[in-house]
Design a protein around this ligand. Structure first.
Ligand code: XMP
Length: 514
């Protein structure tokens, strides 16, 4: 049986350093299912997963170093079409009797690549093209049965193939954007070599998930916590598509959300999707417990604790609930080839749920990358505001108010945050910027407005670009945009008389201020 419900799958063998995730995403962008597996996978396991092809990723090591990740040679004898990329290319050469050596002229960055002779993999592509390389070793002789089909200034065998056995290798990285024809090369491998059809689409993902959710849940009752973010929203919409009225959503509104968010959740799930929704308005409870709390970690602890209690109370009214939906994504569950590519998970997942709840988890997004989650959210008819919402911390505005969280300060920050968000959207930058928001420091500054002196809060505007929140850079927002935000905030939010822009990157700063 194939890796998942018969969906033809490419296995991406992970040799570390996060190359595998990018390759897996590129394969999915070509509408073919991919699954990341660790380098230690055995031939028996590959046979069990029954892939239509294998891609061996790049990696940080040298194939001939003592602690290098290797591959069981039996995997290359299975008759499964295989493409090695960078380290994977060298590994195929070394495993099958070719040789790899350190090259005095390592290539890092954009490189000129030239196809040599006829090639199955590179057919139809220009003889010369730009590729992106990152290697200090190179294949110096190809294994028996292979032919070198490409070279670069620093690699005599920059591409090789043995079409009889379905084995291919490229020294460059076709998965990165700096190899402009890279996606085409990957597609040639997928379609021409592996015989894949573009069957992995939002529509097919939804169909497959609906069947598997129904199988898991049967007639049981299901509950799902909504946060207002895209992951829980899409998970809920999918489960609803599968089991309709068996689903009850619980939305714990801690009063620390941005303007309009709670209303949007209610409107979308209750009115549009007609999902049974328990909306717990618990602002008072949260604010009461936050009185006098200043330390950021203490805020998180307090919010997390009440959150769980409120959620449990609401869940207990659902009676015979047996299943709990979670919006876990694929990057959270990938079994990585090395600790260097270890899973990235938010440190303190407020909105996380009680550990001792005896509910079986339903995780319909476990197999998906964020962009796929967004695509199926759109396909399921969720509004653009939810599908494309920027990440928002579980403890909400509480960690953007430095010092004590009070109703008055929440209202102030919320009003300012709405303006930032409106202006970023109006400038067409909302999707480009990872997060853009306001922070309200616990100080006041002097200003002058009309005839009088003011003594009011400053607002800090924070906008960052990022791929995964692990690192981030401050966004180079146009000055005119910053000016519009500043003048609107100062004119429209009476409690603020000054606006500053945070120009720190992460590291050493973090994205949030607390
Ligand atoms: P930092 O501030 O650590 O944030 O650079 C990285 C990402 O995590 C989000 N964040 C949180 N998310 N609970 C969450 O669910 C939290 O307590 C929390 N703190 C930070 C932050 O918005 C950014 O996207």
């Amino acid at each position: 049986m194939s890796a998942r419900g018969g969906e033809p799958t490419i296995l991406v063998v992970d040799f570390g350093a996060q190359y595998a995730q990018l390759i897996a995403r590129r394969v999915r962008e070509a509408h073919v299912r991919s699954q990341i597996v660790p380098w230690s996978i055995t031939p028996a396991e590959v046979r069990r997963l029954d892939p239509i092809g294998l891609i061996l990723s790049g990696g940080p090591a040298s194939v001939y170093s003592d602690d290098a990740y290797t591959i069981d040679p039996g995997i290359l004898d299975l008759g499964v079409p295989t493409l090695g990329i960078c380290y994977g290319h060298q590994l195929i050469a070394q495993t099958l009797g070719g040789s790899v050596a350190h090259t005095p002229d390592g290539e890092y960055g954009k490189t000129r690549f030239e196809t040599v002779g006829d090639s199955v993999l590179l057919k139809g592509l220009p003889t010369e093209q730009q590729v992106w390389m990152s290697h200090g070793d190179q294949v110096v002789s190809v294994p028996q049965g292979f032919r070198a089909v490409g070279r670069s200034p620093g690699a005599e065998v920059a591409a090789m193939e043995d079409p009889e056995r379905g084995l291919y290798g490229v020294q460059f990285h076709p998965e990165v954007v700096h190899t402009p024809r890279g996606a085409e090369i990957l597609k040639r491998f997928l379609h021409e070599v592996c015989g894949a059809t573009p069957s992995w689409t939002s529509h097919s993902i939804i169909e497959t998930q609906v069947v598997s959710i129904r199988d898991q849940v049967g007639e049981g009752r299901v509950i799902c916590g909504l946060s207002g973010g895209v992951d829980s929203a899409v998970a809920a919409a999918l489960v609803h598509e599968a089991v309709g009225d068996q689903l009850t959503c619980i939305f714990v509104d801690h009063g620390l959300l941005r303007a309009g968010e709670a209303e949007q959740v209610e409107e979308t799930f209750e009115s549009v999707f007609a999902i049974d929704l328990i909306h717990v308005k618990a602002e008072d409870r949260f604010l009461e417990k936050l009185t006098g709390v200043i330390d950021p970690e203490e805020k998180r602890r307090v919010i997390g604790e009440i959150f769980i209690r409120v959620f449990e109370e609401a869940a207990s009214t659902v009676g015979d609930a047996r299943f709990l939906v979670q919006g876990t994504l694929y990057p959270d569950v990938i079994e990585s080839g090395s600790s260097s590519a270890a899973t990235i998970k938010t440190h303190h997942n407020v909105g996380g749920l009680p550990e001792d709840m005896t509910l079986e988890l339903v995780e319909p997004l476990r197999d998906l990358f964020k962009d796929e989650v967004r695509a199926i959210g759109e396909e399921l008819g969720l509004p653009e505001e939810i599908v494309w919402r920027q990440p928002f911390p579980g403890p909400g505005l509480a960690v953007r108010i430095i010092g004590e969280v009070t109703r008055e300060r929440l209202d102030t920050l919320r009003a300012a945050d709405t303006i930032i968000s409106e202006e970023i959207r109006r400038a067409g930058l909302y999707r480009e910027v990872w997060q853009a928001f306001g922070v309200l420091p616990g100080i006041k500054t002097v200003g002058v407005q009309g005839d009088g002196r003011t003594y009011a809060y400053p607002l800090v505007v924070r906008a960052v670009t990022s791929e995964d929140a692990m690192t981030a850079d401050w966004a180079r927002l146009p000055h005119e945009l910053l000016e519009r935000i500043s003048s609107r905030v100062i004119n429209e939010v009476p409690a603020i008389n000054r606006v500053a822009y945070d120009i720190s990157s992460k590291p050493p700063a973090t994205i949030e201020w607390e």
